[in-house]
Design a protein around this ligand. Structure first.
Ligand code: AMP
Length: 462
């Protein structure tokens, strides 16, 4: 099967070819014809499956089929809602890429940056608006955008939007839209809440599911390294250096933990930077650019900040802390093994995290291979010191000594040694969790101006 058989016009096929894609991914094969038919589509697909092109290509085809002079005024014909700024920027970038040979205009709006350049960009005329819900409602309420002519609505990563408490915002956005329109919803998981949401606004949607429910990307090899909590940072430095890893995304549960770890890795001689919700948009964009451009080896991120990041061919993901929500594990490891590339997800699991590990394994319906790295499995506690009793204690007291033996990562996860069966209690509050609502409701972080380009006037820097 190739792209030529899907019913897309030459301008789109040329753009797809320029990206080097030869074969449509499964979600593209199924979704593109259904969307071109004008059907509502409910797509079950995780990031990394090629879902962005799956809705962007037919959307561009449909909009350009009835191509008109770009509208003056603020009436987009397509609206793409995403949970995060980064995802909004990435979708906008994809629309830009695939639509390079068309005369459609797109603009992205999200919070945390100045609203005036966005207002100007919309006023100049926009066919496709990509937005996060809070900022979109701000525009719609002023009103600096008119959503009454939207023909196609896309909810991307709808499960995430619900997790982040956007349900009411989504319902408010729906009220601004005309009743007759095509609806596309993409979600990595199908909860009852997603079903309820879809039932509320979609019309006999075509159900397309390419990943099994809650399954981890199949190309990702997963391994657990048991580790003493106070040894995590040493182990991480060790595996990054010994494995000569040049690009690794590391997840921590908290923003503070992300900052601290990035600093500690730097002092270990491993170039690192952190990305999380307390950083200004400019700092986040720079951190991502440095990581993508190979200036830093390690990007330390919280779940929310990392959500939707599209980093091509990311070879390694490390769970420095296991997430409290098992589904986040699936999202995290979805950063690697993208669209045909193989990847490796490593989890550093200390005794306190046994419960989280069990929940993740229950969700995956499989045990994750355990590989012990000798020298790192036990706490390194100087004689006479009290044993750390909590992660926060451990964190305050830093790290241990040097490893006993060097580590060579295996490409397909061999070296099974022992199952992890440690006792311990789950703990910890998530700073990121506490900050979610605040941050995504458009806390002012930074002001960024945007210039006017033909198609993507309020696009952040790439
Ligand atoms: P997404 O699931 O939309 O986040 O896409 C994941 C990655 O797959 C992106 O980096 C795309 O550039 C890439 N991609 C999308 N479609 C294809 C395709 N047909 N062949 C190869 N790579 C693709």
């Amino acid at each position: 099967m190739n792209f030529e058989t899907l019913g897309l016009k030459a301008e789109l096929l040329d753009a797809v070819r320029s990206e080097g894609y030869t074969t449509p991914t499964p979600i593209q094969l199924q979704a593109i014809p259904a969307i071109l038919d004008g059907r509502d589509v409910l797509g079950g697909a995780q990031t990394g499956t090629g879902k962005t092109a799956a809705f962007t290509l037919p959307m561009l085809e449909l909009l350009s089929g009835s191509e008109q002079a770009p509208r003056k005024g603020r009436r987009p014909r397509a609206l793409v809602l995403t949970p995060t700024r980064e995802l909004a920027a990435q979708v906008a970038e994809s629309i830009d890429t695939y639509g390079a040979n068309l005369r459609l205009r797109s603009t992205v709006v999200y919070g945390g940056v100045g609203i005036n350049p966005q207002i100007d960009a919309i006023r100049r005329g926009v066919d496709i608006l990509i937005a996060t819900p809070g900022r979109l409602l701000d525009h719609a309420g002023r009103p600096t955008v008119d959503l009454s002519k939207v023909e196609i609505l896309v909810l991307d990563e709808a499960d995430r939007m619900l997790d982040m408490g956007f349900i009411h915002d989504i319902k408010r956005v729906l009220k601004y839209l005309p009743p007759r329109r095509q609806n596309l919803l993409f979600s990595a998981t199908y909860s009852n809440e997603i079903k309820r949401l879809a039932d509320g606004f979609m019309h006999s949607p075509e159900l397309i599911e390419v990943a099994r429910r809650n399954t981890a990307a199949e190309l990702v090899s997963q391994v657990v390294h048991p580790v003493g909590r106070t040894r995590k940072r040493d182990l991480l430095s060790h595996i990054v250096r010994e494995g000569d890893w040049s690009q690794v995304l590391v997840f921590t549960r908290t923003k503070h933990g992300a900052n601290r770890l990035a600093k500690q890795l730097m002092s270990d001689g491993v170039s690192s930077t952190a990305i999380h919700g307390n950083k200004s948009q400019a700092a986040r964009t720079k951190a991502l650019a440095d990581f993508k451009g190979g200036k830093v080896r390690v990007l330390v991120a919280t779940d929310i900040a990392a959500r939707g990041l599209d980093i091509d061919k990311l070879p390694h993901v490390v769970n420095y802390d296991l997430p409290h929500v098992p589904e986040d594990y699936v999202h995290r490891i979805g950063r690697t093994g993208r669209a045909g590339e193989s990847g490796r997800a490593v989890s550093l699991v200390c005794p306190d995290e046994r419960i989280q590990l069990k929940s993740i394994e229950r969700l995956l319906a499989k045990k994750i291979e355990v590989e012990e790295i000798p020298g790192f499995t036990k706490e390194n506690i100087p004689a006479g010191s009290p044993r750390p009793t909590s992660p926060s204690h451990a964190a305050r007291h830093g790290h241990g000594g040097r490893p006993e033996r060097s580590y060579k990562p295996k490409s397909t996860g061999g070296g099974r040694q022992t199952r992890q069966t440690r006792a311990g209690a789950s703990e910890g509050s998530s700073e990121e969790g506490a900050g979610r609502k605040k941050f995504y409701r458009g806390k002012r972080v930074n002001s960024q101006t945007s210039g006017g380009s033909r198609r993507s006037s309020s696009r952040p820097s790439r």
